[in-house]
Design a protein around this ligand. Structure first.
Ligand SMILES: [Zn+2]
Length: 222
């Protein structure tokens, strides 16, 4: 499974909203794209574009660098899609889905289900016993259900998804970075002093950065 436009679209619309999808497409396979250019390309107001970018930034899906416009005195922001982060999140979502399916499969394999000929209900032994082994819907006798096809279908889906996940994790995402981006990335990934809760500390840091960034943008742009 490649990191396709469709996979990216699914993830991005789930995390940041459907409206952000064209923006992500515009950022794909590029680096340091000016937000002014994005606004022009997508024919949206600059503030709308910024709002979308912040939503992506909140999930660490984009990174930025900025340059001061010497004539106008304000900052212009340049954005890059974090393809590796996108890939990691897609893999994460897939892992969770596999986990839920595995739980269902376990239950199917460990439980003896009972159903009537009309398949109105599926009950485990205890529930069937409570109903005197009669269908609570149609009243006919409940019989042991053969769930072999359900087990097989679940097992097949899990193995397919696992294969997709393995392929995705094998795939190297080419990262194009300018020197400026390298610098900002280095800063971000600087190891925290405490090993414990390193991830959350990093997240908080990123959030703080964005909020201060928002403030300074407001001040400077008016
Ligand atoms: Zn029934």
């Amino acid at each position: 499974m490649k990191l396709t436009a469709k996979l990216i679209e699914e993830l991005v619309s789930e995390l940041a909203g459907q409206d952000v999808v064209p923006l992500v497409e515009a950022l794909r396979n590029k680096s340091n794209v000016s937000e002014l250019k994005l606004a022009e390309q997508l024919k949206r107001e600059i503030n709308t574009i910024r709002n979308m970018l912040y939503r992506l930034y909140e999930h660490n899906l984009v990174s930025f660098t900025r340059k001061k416009d010497k004539k106008k005195g304000w900052y212009i922001y340049y954005w890059t899609l974090n393809s590796n982060r996108v890939k990691d999140l897609i893999a994460e979502v897939k892992k969770q889905k596999i986990h839920r399916l595995q739980e269902r499969l376990d239950r199917e394999q460990q439980t003896q289900f009972y159903s009537c000929s009309e398949k109105c209900v599926r009950l485990d032994f205890e529930e069937s016993h409570d109903h005197g082994f009669k269908c609570p819907e149609c009243g006919t006798l409940l019989d042991v259900e053969n769930n072999k096809h359900i087990v097989e279908r679940l097992a097949k889906t899990i193995s397919e998804m696992q294969k997709e996940l393995d392929e995705l994790q094998k795939e190297e995402v080419p990262v194009k970075r300018t020197k400026v981006i390298e610098k900002s990335v280095k800063k971000k990934t600087r190891p925290e002093k405490t090993a414990k809760g390193q991830k959350s500390a990093k997240n908080t840091k990123a959030k703080r950065k964005i909020s201060s960034n928002k403030k300074s943008t407001k001040k400077k742009r008016k």
